[in-house]
Design a protein around this ligand. Sequence first.
Ligand code: FAD
Length: 294
Amino acid sequence: MRTADLFKHKTVFSLEIFPPKPDAPQRVIYDTLEGLTDIHPDFISVTYGAGGGQNGCRTISITSSIISRYHTTAAAHLPCIGLSKEQAAQILDQMQENGIENVLALRGDIPEGKQYSGDFRHADELVSFIRENYNFNILAACYPETHPESSSAAEDLKHLKHKVDCGVDHLITQLFLDNRYFFDFHENALLAGVDVPIEAGIMPVTNKRQIERMVKLCGVELPKKFRRIIDKYEHNKAALRDAGIAYAIDQITELIAEGVNGIHLYTMNDTGIAHRIYDAVHSLILPAMQRNAG
Ligand code: FAD
């Protein structure tokens, strides 16, 4: 199923996973998928390490298993940095041959101290390439707190609008911890004419090192309320996990009540967290008619 069609029926609830390390036994990913597919997510997306290589093969095989073995809609990520058009076409051909219908077209991060390489400078060029040569449903990324390389929110939004016009069907946001960023961004995106569904990316933050890394990498603001939780429970692993899950549930509850198109949960392959969050919010999920009202 094409992910963009899912939004016609209800608030979408989707999950993101990453391929396990190459030396992990194969059972690991099947245990993760069994744990995640039994909550019946609308789709699962699978990350892809920028730069291609072995990791990409695993992204394709895992995405294809989600579809064929678990009968669940799936999307494969594809970062284009460092790829030639021929390499991108080889990967996309392989995705197509493996029954994958949905591709999350990304640029990927430029390694520190390096220049752009490959045939694609930005994700919009990959989106155009896919649109011109294939029949995939195309997803892309967006940033409620502005991408760290952009000099302003307006500039980032201008590029986003162009990317969507190149053929994007559905957007997923970077994680954010303050819903106000999402609401402002969503309103501005609508005003700028971005007319595809935007899913809110939510990451349940359950350890201090993880959040410090995220803040540095993604430029995400830590709200005071969240910082107080981290400071209070940083030495109590179980309490921090509970607090991080409760915070994510709170965020999702407000987003759904405000009519968000969908929630994309960054699971970090933790099935226990995904279950706890899904159990807490699944009864809030709205049919499309109610979602769009008021
Ligand atoms: P772009 O859309 O190219 O934007 C990057 C920057 O360039 C922005 O500042 C934008 O404003 C600017 N820009 C865009 N177009 C133009 C233009 N035409 N001219 C000038 N400037 C422009 N990374 C991975 O390696 N693997 C993954 O699996 C992965 N999954 C992700 C999933 C989600 C939902 C998100 C939000 C991010 C993911 N990332 C992943 C990270 C992503 O690759 C980085 O955030 C990267 O820095 C930007 O990717 P992008 O596709 O948003 O790039």
